[in-house]
Design a protein around this ligand. Structure first.
Ligand code: GLY
Length: 575
């Protein structure tokens, strides 16, 4: 083991020892950075220069090291995602997709879409049986559930905004995959509970499955993944979308009766989009446009409450919760009907973001009772909650907010034989049949129906906030349909209730998504508020946890208040 540590640390030292950065000190045991066999979770810290918050301590530590060694927030975002693909296989990925919202120090807003696409052989009714019923298992598990992965293309698109070479940024992930890292208790539990599903949905044995149960402190070594990452390092995007990796993916898909082809991989493109930008009480909020619904929902919800002075009601009082819930209900009602991949469906963006339209949506708000969802509109698309978020703010004022996912936990549970990584089950984010419930009991419509090469609608809401044109917040979370409502609450907590970052992230969250017509709430949600809402017609349902928010706030003294959600192994790092 000692030898492995030395090799890893030497190699970390070597890649930082490239020509441009050769005068910088190497990373070694003495610095205490990035030791994959011994790391700890840090939940809250203020950093003076730059920081990262992500779902895993090793990913945050590598990101902070990149920032320290001269990389900017975009470089760090790339390195963090490569590492998450190794150390957080439930959601970190190269077999999935994501969105990046960024702000360059020169004032430019950036939105990169690397959402998966439906394979070219996909068709509207591909998950229906002869009776026209949805076969949910096929859209949720195994080879047919998988969309064409976008993450690798997205990271190369992101590189346009960074300084360091991809070789530098990917090497920490290669080393951690090759020499291993110790897993957390949460990861051990996740791998153990998914064992049967990995076996059922993969054609070859993988490192994620072993005879005896995983336990905290075990070392996970993934040599196949290290080799896959090396091919990306050596051949760029083509090292994934063509050549040996592509062949391994398609061979796995073919043996499992999937439909993705080599051409699907070769033709995949990440896309730059125009970010959604709106103002809330003097703060400029920048978020993700379609094919995510996140930015539109966030804008609608915030604008619906903006003129109603929510902070006159105490935090999570019945009046405050009701106002937010009714905004959430109305925004989500629009989601099912109007939102889909803008390259295939005309999303009425201008109207959905128009102040008059949004105000009109709240015209029937009645603070004395619940508005039943049946009186608003029909149809809903709900999504799963295994996704992951990264927030980064660097010393020059570059801000990066990335949400990335395999969709379900460990995606479709198919490990690409010989390549060491999991594929997504993002096809389940399409509406398999208008009006039919998906795996979470939700329904969707034609805007999000399956079409070849189309991107499935998402809820991911990577968001940044500027105040007087300067960085103020970087924020986002996993959580399926609870993503936009969690970001909404976090922003209201900070802007309206003047909370510190820790409280804004960690106090209990609640969620309404129009259908089902209920408020989901975390266990610590105030009982008096629950009772008061029930008395005016709301139904409330307890949910173990909502989201895992990663937040960085620029404080007035220049420090970066950096918060990792208490709900997971999430951890911060910086300097
Ligand atoms: N698969 C989760 C989302 O995109 O919203």
């Amino acid at each position: 083991m000692k030898k492995a540590i030395l090799v890893l640390l030497t190699s970390l030292a070597l890649y930082f020892g490239n020509a441009q950065y050769s005068n910088l000190p190497i990373i070694g045991l003495d610095t205490g950075f990035v030791n994959p066999y011994n790391y700890k979770v840090v939940k809250t810290k203020q950093y003076s220069k730059a920081s990262v918050s992500s779902a895993h301590p090793l990913a945050s530590l590598v990101g902070a090291t990149i920032l320290r060694r001269g990389g900017n927030a975009f470089d760090a975002a790339i390195a963090v995602q490569w590492v998450l693909a190794v150390v957080y296989p439930g959601a970190g990925n190269i077999g999935g997709g994501g969105f990046l919202v960024g702000h360059h120090w020169d004032g430019k807003n950036i939105a990169i879409d690397y959402r998966e696409t439906a394979p070219s052989k996909a068709s509207k009714d591909m998950y229906l049986n002869n009776e026209g019923n949805v076969q949910s298992r096929l859209s949720q598990q195994g080879h047919l559930a998988c969309g064409v992965p976008g993450t690798v293309a997205g990271l190369f698109e992101t590189k346009k905004y960074g300084h360091l070479s991809m070789r530098t940024l990917i090497q920490p992930a290669i080393d951690i995959a090759e020499y291993g890292f110790v897993i957390t208790e949460r990861e051990a539990n996740g791998l153990n509970s998914t064992k049967a599903s990995f076996n059922a949905n993969s054609t070859q044995p993988s490192v994620f499955v072993k005879e005896t149960p995983w336990k905290a402190g075990d070392t996970l070594i993934n040599k196949d993944l290290a080799e896959t990452l090396k091919r990306i390092r050596d051949f760029g995007e083509r090292g994934f979308y063509e050549g040996k990796t592509a062949k391994l993916i398609i061979e796995e898909i073919r043996q499992g009766n999937g439909i993705m082809t080599l051409d699907d991989l070769k033709n995949y493109k990440a896309k730059s989009r125009n970010a959604i930008v709106f103002n809330y009480k003097g703060y400029d909020i920048v978020s993700m446009p379609p094919p995510s619904s996140g930015g539109i929902l966030l804008c609608q919800m915030m604008k619906m409450i903006e003129g109603r002075n929510i902070s006159r009601y105490p935090f999570q009082s019945p009046q405050a919760v009701q106002l937010m819930v009714e905004a959430e209900r109305r925004a989500f009602a629009d989601r099912a009907t109007y939102m889909g991949d803008p390259d295939f469906w005309k999303v009425p963006l201008k109207t959905l973001l128009d102040d008059n339209y949004i105000n009109h949506r709240m015209a029937d708000y009645d603070s004395t009772k619940a508005t039943p969802s049946t009186s608003i509109k029909a149809g809903l698309i709900k999504e799963s909650d295994q996704t992951t978020h990264i927030s980064i703010l660097d010393k020059d004022g570059n801000m990066v907010s990335v949400t990335t996912t395999l969709n379900g936990s460990y995606g479709c549970r198919t490990v690409v034989g010989g390549a060491g990584f999991l594929l997504n089950n993002e096809m389940d984010d399409f509406s398999a049949k208008a009006g039919a419930a998906n795996m979470y009991g939700a329904v969707g419509g034609v805007a999000n129906s399956i079409q070849p090469n189309k991107r499935m609608l998402s809820s991911m809401t990577p968001t940044i906030v500027l105040k007087n044109k300067k960085p103020f917040l970087v924020v986002g979370t996993p959580g399926g349909t609870t993503i936009p409502t969690s970001v909404f609450q976090t922003l209201v907590n900070i802007i309206d209730y003047k909370m510190n970052g820790d409280d804004a992230v960690n106090l209990p969250k609640f969620h309404h998504q129009w259908l089902p017509d209920e408020i989901a709430f975390e266990p610590a949600f105030p009982t008096d508020t629950k009772k008061a809402l029930e008395s005016i017609g709301y139904q409330l349902t307890k949910r173990e946890s909502i989201g895992r928010t990663e937040l960085i706030r620029q404080l007035a003294d220049g420090k970066k208040e950096t918060i990792a959600d208490k709900r997971g192994d999430d951890s911060v790092a910086g300097y």
